[in-house]
Ligand binder design. Structure first.
Ligand SMILES: [Zn+2]
Length: 238
């Protein structure tokens, strides 16, 4: 108790001396607190999207919230109430929780090279939403994607060949005068990355009855996105 009182006093002094408004302090505290069952229940799909946009704006402008991750570990030890689920690439430059400036317990994340979905990932997303309460699914590709480039070149390597085959429908679906149609053509690579997000969203709807029904009822949202590895900014397809 003594420690808590001391922290409160110190926080008050910091707030007073730094010129922060009380509202700013409350907002900062709220943004760094782990999600609770009540907080998750109050989030709509639209609000979940807005929070991801706000988080990415903070991240891309160097204003990410300072979080006490160990405190969040304790807060979430008895249960998790994430507000969104993200399907993204394996790429080391695209860590969803960081680029959306979120903490422990905020986001479900499914990652696979080329951010496609199969039955295992769709089942995981059914769990994340229907059972665990997330309100939004984001399918997020990224610029300069090595998996997409590999698919564009029909790269062959062990089991990776079968993984990259999941991106082939996007390679085939991209029409237009792209010359060459290979990783040597940056515009073609990005067109395939964009198409891959669109086809992944379509496959999600077509393949998962559970997710489609929740989307159609407005219980959850589904949105595509593209992360720019050179700016840190996420663009949403809306
Ligand atoms: Zn990638």
């Amino acid at each position: 108790m003594q420690a808590n009182i001391t922290r409160t006093v110190i926080l008050a002094l910091v707030v007073a001396s730094s010129g922060w408004s009380a509202a700013t302090a409350v907002h900062a505290q709220a943004a760094s607190a782990a999600f609770t069952r009540e907080a998750q229940a109050a989030v709509t799909p639209a609000r979940a999207l807005a929070m991801l946009k706000e988080g990415n704006q903070r991240f891309a402008s160097g204003k990410s919230v300072a979080r006490d991750f160990l405190a969040q570990v304790k807060q979430t030890s008895k249960g998790q109430f994430p507000f969104a689920a993200v399907v993204s690439c394996l790429d080391s430059r695209v860590p969803p929780a960081i680029v959306f400036d979120r903490g422990i317990g905020d986001l479900f994340v499914a990652r696979v090279a080329g951010n496609f979905v199969n039955d295992d990932i769709l089942g995981s997303l059914e769990y994340a939403t229907k059972l665990a309460g997330a309100k939004l699914i984001v399918v997020m590709g990224h610029t300069e994607c090595g998996a997409v480039k590999g698919a564009c070149d029909a790269a062959q390597l062990g089991l990776l060949s079968a993984t990259l085959a999941n991106i082939n429908p996007a390679v085939t679906a991209v029409k237009g005068n792209f010359t060459p149609r290979s990783s040597a053509n940056g515009e073609f690579v990005q067109a395939v990355a964009d198409m891959n997000v669109q086809l992944t969203m379509q496959k999600l709807r077509d393949r998962s009855v559970v997710l489609r029904e929740m989307i159609d009822k407005g219980e959850i949202g589904l949105v595509g996105a593209m992360y720019d590895v050179s700016t840190g900014k996420v663009s949403f397809y809306e």
